[in-house]
Design a protein around this ligand. Structure first.
Ligand code: SAH
Ligand code: SF4
Ligand code: F3S
Length: 474
């Protein structure tokens, strides 16, 4: 018997890409390949790429260089490059890396295996990039494909692909196409299937989840149905929360301009929806927000945040902020610091503005902020965010929190890690064997800016997923 061929998928970028990678892995396994532990052990290496900031581009070309030397040693190795950077830079990839066998984009993930076969049969590089998703073809929806879940107890579910906004800094609409929502019944069916496999936590994915369903309602209206054209995200949250076996529902990302009272109410009234809101601010300056085309002011943002906090007790709030958007002045940046302090975030992803060719802001070269000014602002913002994060964590000391156990800590195997409903990482001593995927209560004993420490109280719900995992013993 011949050994099965082995694959390795390396993912860059966001959760959408992580989820696409799970689908690519699922397709390869359905074709008879087995997972390899590293690129060195694989016959097929897939790089699922991101182009949100410039360093993402650089990382890809570095990795391709490394793979070239692997392929020189093992000419049978096949290399596939997919994802957002492939969508954007198809020609550059083939030009700079002739050793790549397949280049595919964000609209044809479902074709990965066919393209691989084509490359094997012809012995030539195959490039297939579609300009947009074929909506009628249900296969193009990543969630409709086979999946190999990263972990068996938690799952991502795509509810929407693409983005119809036009934030001046952002490449996503160019590489992910227009917004298309997945029918509500299909999402619920997938969550039910995942729950039947023992998944208890789902994360709903989309670039702008608050506008989920607007396109579906519009299409129904055009087909003669008597429906109001409005987003259906609140309805979706309630429907997913009602699926038997689902204990936690998360989602990302909502756009502040579309955060409606209905969504806040659905979060508050659906016990399964976790008390965590990731609400990207981007800037605290109204002038910059307008130039970014974000569609809200700082005041409006803070009002919505206050409404969410008033309705949802113990809500953790996280955000994304860009420093050094073209033309950002000291005053603009001071506003960002003020709004960040007022919002009192639990944590924030802070980014240095990176010009993306083809986006509106990238044209404004004369307004680019000097790197040393940006670096100083970035550090000041980090301090503000870290301060509120630590204060939020310290306020949790002494409380008993429910965590979903993820397994042993990477650094110390005698320590288990889990996440609270607020998505906080908690480390606690493994005083008894606990299967990953179980729920347990933990008393929080101390706080750090990016995690909590605690001690086990009890296991509340043992893991129920099908795959057998080794027991984690301290
Ligand atoms: N759809 C999501 C954002 C996805 S991109 C939303 O609107 O919330 C994730 C984050 O990357 C953005 O929120 C933004 O803060 C950051 N980002 C996007 N383009 C960027 C750029 N050109 N430079 C720096 N950061 C950027
Ligand atoms: Fe990019 Fe804006 Fe769309 Fe988010 S909402 S993906 S930042 S264009
Ligand atoms: Fe990157 Fe594409 Fe996500 S550009 S952030 S992988 S949508």
């Amino acid at each position: 018997m011949t050994e099965p061929r082995r694959y390795f998928v390396r993912t860059f970028g966001c959760q959408m890409n992580e989820h696409d990678s799970e689908r690519i892995a699922g397709l390869l396994e359905a074709d008879g390949l087995e997972a390899a532990g590293s690129a060195e052990d694989a016959d097929v290496v897939v790089l699922n790429t991101c182009c949100i900031r410039e360093n993402a581009d650089n990382k890809l070309y570095g990795t391709l260089g490394h793979l070239k030397s692997l392929k020189d040693r093992r000419p049978g190795l096949q290399i596939m490059v997919g994802g957002c950077l492939a969508q954007k830079d198809r020609d550059a990839i083939v030009e700079r890396a002739g050793h790549v066998d397949v280049v595919f984009g964000t609209h044809n993930v479902h074709r990965a295996v066919e393209l691989l076969h084509e490359a094997s049969e012809t012995g030539r590089s195959v490039v297939e990039i579609l300009e947009e998703t074929v909506a009628e073809d249900h296969e193009t929806f990543p969630s409709a494909l086979p999946v190999r879940r990263e972990v068996p107890w938690a799952g991502w579910v795509t509810i929407q692909i693409g983005c119809d906004n036009s934030c001046a800094f952002c490449i996503v609409p160019a590489v992910r196409g227009k917004e298309i929502s997945r029918p509500l019944a299909d999402v619920v069916r997938e969550v039910e299937a995942a729950a039947a496999d023992g998944v208890t936590e789902v994360t709903l994915l989309g670039q702008n989840v608050n506008s989920y369903g607007r396109d579906l309602a519009l299409a129904a209206r055009q087909a003669g149905e008597d429906v109001r054209v409005q987003p259906m995200f609140a309805e979706l949250l309630r429907a997913v929360g009602a699926v038997a076996g689902i204990r936690r529902v998360r989602y990302t990302s909502p756009h502040p301009k579309d955060l409606r009272a209905e969504t806040i109410a659905a979060m508050a009234e659906t016990p399964e929806v976790c008390e965590h809101l990731h609400l990207p601010l981007q800037s605290g300056s109204d002038r910059v927000l307008a130039e970014m085309h974000r569609g809200y002011t700082a005041e409006r943002y803070l009002e919505r945040l206050a409404a969410a906090r008033a309705a949802i007790p113990d809500l953790a709030v996280t955000t994304d902020i860009i420093v050094g958007f073209p033309g950002e002045t000291d005053d603009d940046f001071e506003r960002t610091l003020e709004v960040a302090a007022e919002a009192a975030y639990d944590s924030a992803y802070t980014f240095i503005y990176s010009p993306r060719p083809g986006t509106e802001a990238a044209e404004r070269t004369e307004d680019f902020v000097a790197p040393e000014v940006v670096a100083e602002r970035f550090e000041r913002l980090r301090i503000v965010v870290e301060r509120s994060g630590l204060a939020k964590h310290e306020a949790r000391v002494g409380r008993v929190e429910e965590v979903l156990v993820e397994g042993p800590s990477r650094k110390a195997p005698a320590v288990l890690t889990g996440r609270t409903r607020q998505n906080k990482l908690v480390h606690f001593a493994a005083v008894q064997p606990i299967k990953a995927g179980s729920y347990a209560t933990v008393r929080v004993t101390s706080a750090a800016p990016h995690h909590l420490r605690g001690e086990l109280v009890e296991v509340t719900v043992p893991a129920a997923h099908r795959t057998r995992l080794p027991l984690l013993v301290g």
